[in-house]
Design a protein around this ligand. Structure first.
Ligand SMILES: Cc1cn(CCC(=O)O)c2ccccc12
Length: 162
């Protein structure tokens, strides 16, 4: 039975740290779905379509990775697709408390899909999408932190004052 995993996130935008996790997880699972979480309560810089577009342009060389979006409970998505695992990335110990809480709640809700953690390369351990956006907003250099396509889209958006 093929082992299919989902890597959920807001990816607003994707960072090179996320990509590091995606590359690592794509080597472990038969197929990896990178799924953008639709969360209307959270103000995002990029729309859902823009985030999916950036993802597809940023990860075009892994043939066992696909893209999707979902709203509602992650475990309902896992149940519907009969997924083996939820992939989550860890940057530093500070990520662990929240991730452990999510993993234990998800197990309580649906104990058929395991949460599997991948540690990102230490060169990205300080990276977050929100910090990158903050730096970009003030004209700071973000080359090497997020994919070039994402940089181009972010510069477009910032130049429009969005
Ligand atoms: C950018 C980024 C955020 N996180 C926290 C979880 C998330 O929001 O996706 C990561 C975990 C591993 C690698 C990179 C990241």
């Amino acid at each position: 039975m093929a082992k299919i995993a989902v890597y959920p996130g807001s990816f607003d935008p994707i960072t090179n740290g996320h990509i590091d996790v995606i590359k690592r997880a794509s080597k472990v699972f038969d197929h990896l779905i990178v799924a953008v979480l639709v969360n209307d309560s959270k103000k995002s810089m990029f729309t859902l379509d823009e985030r999916l577009d950036i993802l597809k342009h940023s990860i075009d060389n892994l043939d066992n990775v696909s893209f999707d979006s979902f709203s509602g409970l992650l475990v309902d998505y896992c149940k519907e697709k009969q997924l083996s695992a939820i992939v989550r990335g860890l940057r530093a110990i500070s990520d662990f408390e929240f991730e452990l809480q999510m993993a234990q709640m998800n197990r309580q809700l649906y104990d058929e899909t395991e949460t599997v953690f991948f540690t990102t390369s230490e060169q990205y351990s300080y990276l977050s999408s929100s910090l990158v956006k903050e730096v970009a907003k003030f004209g700071g250099k973000i080359d090497g932190l997020i994919p070039d396509y994402a940089i181009m889209k972010m510069k477009q958006k910032l130049s429009r004052g969005e």
